[in-house]
Design a protein around this ligand. Structure first.
Ligand SMILES: Cc1ncc(COP(=O)(O)O)c(C=O)c1O
Length: 345
């Protein structure tokens, strides 16, 4: 679901509620988008060839097993429509991408939700809940709103414990930000097994959420099934062109990744010194926990930040939590100042 985007009376709020990139897209992506404008009278390339090839070249993948979608959300919906039937069980982790839950419910599936341990996907808790009705399992890795991830070996252990007729969808929307060497995206599992798909997005590190473009890496059988229900022009021309330029601009992406890591380290140090707990994140957002003993809360902190023109995202469930996207240096500084004031108040 969308984070809040405006504050009454504030002309230009600092919007840190939807895990967007405050840096925006690479200049090369904007140029590619603009170059499409004279051709708006033409249908886009329904085969999505240029973008699939650009992704395949950069990530060393098979272009024939990539499908692009109107955001990764559309691809998740298509996978669920194709592989989940009414009465099936969809096995999901406590946190993740809420639209996945919604697509499964819309398909008539029963949701089976496994709790997490210390803010991390708990593979044992997921595997304990597998039944003969489990036909779909999905985790976000890294996860949202926690920003945590499970290691290569844990991801493989999850896959190994699922039945062969259960599709494992690994939602890697934040993969490009992760620096921990114990992390692996879902692509090698996709190469090895027939029942794994990985989804990715241009909405996060590539700064292109408005054009709506994501991609999935799949076994050939899934490409063929999903290809039959995908509409021919689900991705628009300027979005395909901008995304192809963005993925090729590896230096720009590396800069954003490095800045994000440095910013998170600084933020983490500062909020810890204020007595706020921060969940270790490998993404472009962080989850704060306000200790009960402090008398402070996530909702009250959100109200205070909003009074200073900053929009964070109250994290559902408990009032103790608040999720904030990493922004530009001056935006992060404004957040830290406001949090310090709130904690001192
Ligand atoms: C974990 C996760 N997956 C998927 C998405 C969807 O991204 P999009 O549909 O913009 O590609 C999001 C968006 O916030 C997300 O947090």
């Amino acid at each position: 679901m969308q984070g809040r985007s405006s504050i009454e009376g504030v002309e230009k709020p600092i919007k840190l509620s939807s895990n967007e990139s405050s840096h925006g897209p690479a200049p090369s992506a904007i140029k590619a988008y603009q170059e499409c404008l004279p051709d708006l009278n033409r249908y886009p390339d329904g085969s999505q060839y240029q973008l699939r090839k650009a992704i395949a070249d950069v990530h060393n993948l098979d272009a024939d097993r990539i499908i692009c979608g109107n955001g990764s959300d559309e691809l998740i919906q298509l996978m669920v429509r194709a592989y989940v039937n009414p009465g099936d069980q969809a096995l999901l982790s406590e946190n993740g991408f809420i639209m996945t839950n919604i697509h499964c419910v819309a398909q008539g599936a029963e949701l089976v939700i496994a709790p997490e341990k210390n803010y991390v996907v708990d593979v044992d808790a997921l595997l304990e809940r597998v039944t003969e009705k489990t036909k779909f399992c999905s985790i976000a890795n890294p996860n949202n709103p926690t920003g945590t991830f499970i290691s290569k070996s844990e991801l493989r252990r999850l896959h190994a414990g699922l039945p062969e007729d259960c599709l494992l969808l690994i939602d890697d929307a934040y993969a490009e930000y992760v620096w921990d060497e114990d992390y692996e995206d879902g692509s090698s599992l996709v190469d090895e097994f027939e029942n794994v798909v990985m989804t990715r997005t241009f909405s996060k590190i590539y700064g292109l959420p408005s054009v709506r473009i994501g991609w999935a890496y799949c076994p050939s059988s899934v490409v063929s099934v999903v290809g039959r229900i995908r509409t021919p022009f689900n991705t628009n021309g300027p979005a395909l062109a901008a995304a192809a330029a963005a993925v090729k601009d590896v230096n720009y992406t590396a800069q954003i990744k490095a800045h994000n890591k440095k910013s998170l380290e600084h933020i983490s140090e500062q909020v810890t010194a204020m007595g706020i707990e921060i969940v270790p994140s490998q993404t472009n957002f962080y989850l704060l926990k306000f200790p009960e003993s402090s008398g402070k809360s996530g909702n009250a902190a959100a109200d205070y930040l909003q009074s200073k023109g900053i929009i964070p995202r109250p994290a559902g469930g408990s009032d103790q939590y608040l999720r904030i996207s990493v922004g530009l240096d001056e935006e992060n500084a404004a957040v830290l100042t406001a949090l310090r004031e709130y904690m001192g108040a």
